[in-house]
Design a binder for this molecule. Sequence first.
Ligand code: PLP
Ligand code: COI
Length: 339
Amino acid sequence: MKSIDWKSLAFAYQKTNYNVRCTYRDGSWSKPEASTSEYLDVHIAATALHYGQEAFEGMKAFRDKEDRVRLFRWRDNCRRLQASAEGILMAPVPQELFEEAIYKVVKLNAEFIPPHGTGASLYIRPLLFGSGPKVGVSPSDEYTFIVFVIPVGPYFKEGFKPVSMQLVDDYDRAAPQGTGSLKVGGNYAASLRAGVRAAKEGFAAPLFLDAKEKKYIDEAGPANFFGIKDNTYITPKSDTILPSITNRSLMQLAEDMGLKVERRPVPVEELETFEEAGACGTAAVISPIGRIYDRRSKKEYVIAKDGKPGPVSEQLFKTLQGIQYGDVNDKHNWITIVE
Ligand code: PLP
Ligand code: COI
């Protein structure tokens, strides 16, 4: 294995030893098999390729001081993949199969799990798609479930430093009664134009508005949004955002810290009043938001006036990462040790 500079890892693909694959055919799933290939032999008429019948997950494994491997809330990712499957009529992956596949792929790639203290982690990417042929628009009869892993560093190159985001009103990632609450590939395809333009214009990510009224904050391209003010953690309630497991964890930790928690529509004008803001997700963990530029009104909301993360975001970040790396008591039982 080539040596890895753990501390300077980006959030990027690299080859690891194995991925794990299985197939659903004639009503049942095959056993997950390890593969060293990075490629698939897929039918040219697979529904994933034509009609976007595809969903994925993102979760992480961490090493603690004792060198044990810790999975964070994997059952929640499994449930969400099942919800995505149900939403676009794919065969759901049973929890026992999901568990077997992620344990297998993590163990087979143990040498890629970053050491404790490096700030890096192993990103686990489960992927489910319609692999059987259909040319008329209908769900596949066959599904493929794959899990691969990559060692990763921070999603935003800034790490735990405030980033600038761009509020957009001329692209939507999801329709009001569409698939925004599912983790399906189509939502990400729909977000690419806004994401690439935001990067070109100097922003870390786009911040999408609710697609119906364009009045409320929905979420960032790859992460949920939260704001902090008056000892309160505020995060959008919307049917078109991904129900983030990180956000759910932060709401609990905020409550533990004695903050009030509000999940409700967040009007754009309220940005003016936040003492802190952040984007949260498995890949992003917490990315503090220093500045939000509204592309439509050309108004700029400066949140981190001193250019530093706020104290509440910092405390949330430290506690969440502390639990993940085993340095803070896991009182909500979010961690499973891979034996
Ligand atoms: N929102 C979007 C669009 C995402 O892609 C992600 C990443 O998974 C999140 C939010 C955060 O969700 P989670 O915390 O479950 O990773
Ligand atoms: C994650 O945080 O796991 C994501 O999936 C975000 C992005 C890489 C799609």
